[in-house]
Design a protein around this ligand. Structure first.
Ligand SMILES: [Zn+2]
Length: 256
């Protein structure tokens, strides 16, 4: 066994951070890792999310019909969008569709709004139907680490109206598990907390690999310490609240 110690602030970093009305985004180092989603676009995403998005798009020739409307936003930009929407659309609409500054997933660089056709026809509510190329994208998304973040019927849990156009990179295998179990990111944390590291683990099988997922509770003000077996590939992400998710690939070395 190998003992790992990671700093407390790691709770607020990683692909699985939960940013919503309750948990603000509080990491500051995303800007150095942003890249355009494709060569003709000014829309930026965190590098790994951009790479995986490109893989989906090339497999379906998606950029021929789909536009990137909005990816990473600075806090200032989110404030402007929020204020503008309050002026143009009123408070009721804005609360449903536009997150307050620091509470938008777009500040993480892991979220993207997509639209069928030309960009910016409707910046706040782009058209991304459950048919044609958009549905093909949706069906491929989970395998590449993306989830539809604000599904219909989960509005009370996410705090955001149904947004068919907003996708969030959470990474593999988490996107596939969430999609299969129909869990939002909020619900996924409630689910993962049933698997405390060292006691129980959630097993996800894919191909010849068994992926083990467990949850490590963070104690405020102290580093996060845990043990893992030697020589097993792993990755980790904070939940941006009170803990850390450990993912271990039992066979093979491909982290997907
Ligand atoms: Zn969005």
């Amino acid at each position: 066994m190998k003992r790992l110690v990671i700093p407390q602030k790691s709770v607020h970093a990683g692909n699985l951070i939960l940013v919503n009305g309750q948990y603000p985004y509080c990491s500051e180092n995303v800007e150095g890792s942003l890249v355009p989603v494709h060569s003709d676009s000014s829309v930026l995403l965190e590098r790994r999310a951009a790479v995986l998005l490109s893989k989906i798009m090339s497999s379906i020739e998606g950029w021929e019909q789909i536009s990137a409307v909005s990816g990473w936003r600075s806090r200032e930009e989110q404030q402007k969008i929020y204020d503008q929407s309050l002026r143009d659309n009123g408070a009721a609409f804005t609360e449903q569709f536009v997150a307050r500054p620091d509470h938008s997933e777009h500040q993480t660089g892991l979220a993207i709004d997509l639209e069928l056709g030309k960009p910016e026809i409707d910046f706040i509510r782009p058209d991304f139907p459950y048919s044609g190329i958009c549905q093909t994208f949706r069906e491929k998304a989970a395998a590449y680490g993306f989830i539809e973040r604000y599904p219909k019927g989960k509005e009370a849990i996410t705090g955001i109206a149904h947004e068919p156009w907003h996708f969030r990179y959470v990474g593999a295998p988490h996107a596939a598990i969430m999609t299969e179990l129909e869990l939002t990111l909020e619900e996924y944390y409630a689910f993962l907390k049933q698997y405390p590291h060292g006691e129980k683990r959630f097993l996800h099988r894919t191909g010849n690999q068994t992926i083990e997922i467990s949850y490590i509770k963070a104690v405020a003000g102290t580093d996060i310490e845990f043990e893992i077996e030697n020589d097993i590939p792993y990755s980790g992400s904070g939940n941006n609240a009170d803990g850390f998710v450990l993912t271990q690939w039992r066979n093979g070395n491909d982290k997907g």
